[in-house]
Ligand binder design. Structure first.
Ligand SMILES: Cc1cc2nc3c(=O)[nH]c(=O)nc-3n(C[C@H](O)[C@H](O)[C@H](O)COP(=O)(O)OP(=O)(O)OC[C@H]3O[C@@H](n4cnc5c(N)ncnc54)[C@H](O)[C@@H]3O)c2cc1C
Length: 279
């Protein structure tokens, strides 16, 4: 590991200035559970590491009916998964956070870091995609909102520009929403997803399906969603939706599973989720 400059600013303006000064050689440090591993393994050699945990405004989590849920960048996965509003209104997000790594990892790791890392298999990405979340972003040109659908642009690539920092993730509130998160991995605990899925049912007539680890970014299964719209979830419809969900997936073979296994698991996980959503 090479030496680097460590900064711990207390404002977003200060953090952004440092990031702009060092350009692509600077990295934001949040929980550090992805970044530190990559630095230690010499996959990254930063000149500057900007620790954002000293910025007080990034540590809050709020819920209200009008704006929905706002999870600050530095809120740990453990704190978020056990937050009363998350458990009550967005249990599907809590469920996805609860399977990330181990208890020790979840005490450090954040949902913002999980998504900014832009891994195709990030567990908390699929519920956020299914629920049309937005990222609230500090930008030197003025704060902005990025839809999660425009955020992931490739493996480990987001649409953030130099000097931009995600302040929080905001999830809209729904009058009627039920969701199921599922993860297939080589072992039950402390393992990355071979495939993960989130299926949500909104207002009893809309089904949304998000898939992880089966494309360069987490994706929505649009063909299956279009077919499902307004239909009763009979056995035959559930079977058809699950089959169609596979059509948007373009997985690769890797150490966690073959392409064929992943395609099969998309169908299995989506079918099981829909069966749970019927009741
Ligand atoms: C043992 C182990 C097991 C794991 N298991 C899982 C698992 O089961 N599922 C899973 O999905 N992940 C897993 N991970 C990966 C990791 O824990 C998660 O991705 C974690 O949520 C990352 O959050 P963090 O706060 O630690 O991010 P960091 O490591 O601090 O940052 C990750 C990336 O996001 C950027 N970033 C962070 N915050 C911001 C911000 N506010 N604005 C802009 N960019 C930002 C950083 O610069 C970096 O590029 C595991 C990791 C380990 C070490």
């Amino acid at each position: 590991m090479n030496k680097f400059n460590y900064f711990k600013p207390s404002t977003l303006t200060e953090a952004s200035e440092i990031l702009r000064k060092y350009g692509e050689n600077a990295h934001i440090l949040n929980g550090g559970t992805d970044l530190v591993v990559r630095i230690r393994e010499d996959l990254l050699n930063p000149e500057a590491v900007v620790d954002i945990k000293g910025i007080e405004e990034l540590h809050h989590i709020n819920y209200n009916e009008k704006e929905g849920l706002t999870v600050g960048a530095c809120v740990s996965l453990s704190d978020m998964a056990h937050n009363e509003a998350v458990v009550k209104h967005f249990p599907v997000i809590a469920d996805s956070a609860e399977v990330v790594g181990s208890g020790q990892i979840r005490n450090l790791a954040t949902m913002v870091g999980n998504n900014c890392n832009a891994s195709p298999l990030a567990d908390t990405a699929t519920p956020l995609l299914a629920l049309d979340a937005n990222l609230l972003v500090y930008s030197p040109e003025g704060n902005k909102k990025i839809s999660i659908h425009d955020f992931f642009v490739g493996v480990r690539k987001t649409s953030l520009k130099t000097g931009e920092i995600v302040i929080a993730i905001r999830v809209p509130s729904y009058t009627s929403m039920k969701g199921v998160f599922k993860k297939a991995s080589r072992r039950k605990d402390v393992d990355l997803s071979t495939v993960c899925t989130t299926v949500v049912r909104i207002n009893n007539d809309e089904i949304r399906i998000a898939l992880g680890a089966v494309a360069p970014t987490p994706i929505r299964a649009k063909k299956a969603e279009g077919f499902a719209k307004g239909k009763d979830l009979t056995d035959e419809v559930v079977h058809q939706i699950a089959k169609l969900a596979v059509e948007d997936a373009t997985p690769i073979d890797d150490v966690r599973g073959s392409k064929e296994y992943r395609l099969h698991m998309v169908e299995v996980l989506v079918r099981r989720s829909l069966e749970e959503l019927r009741y």
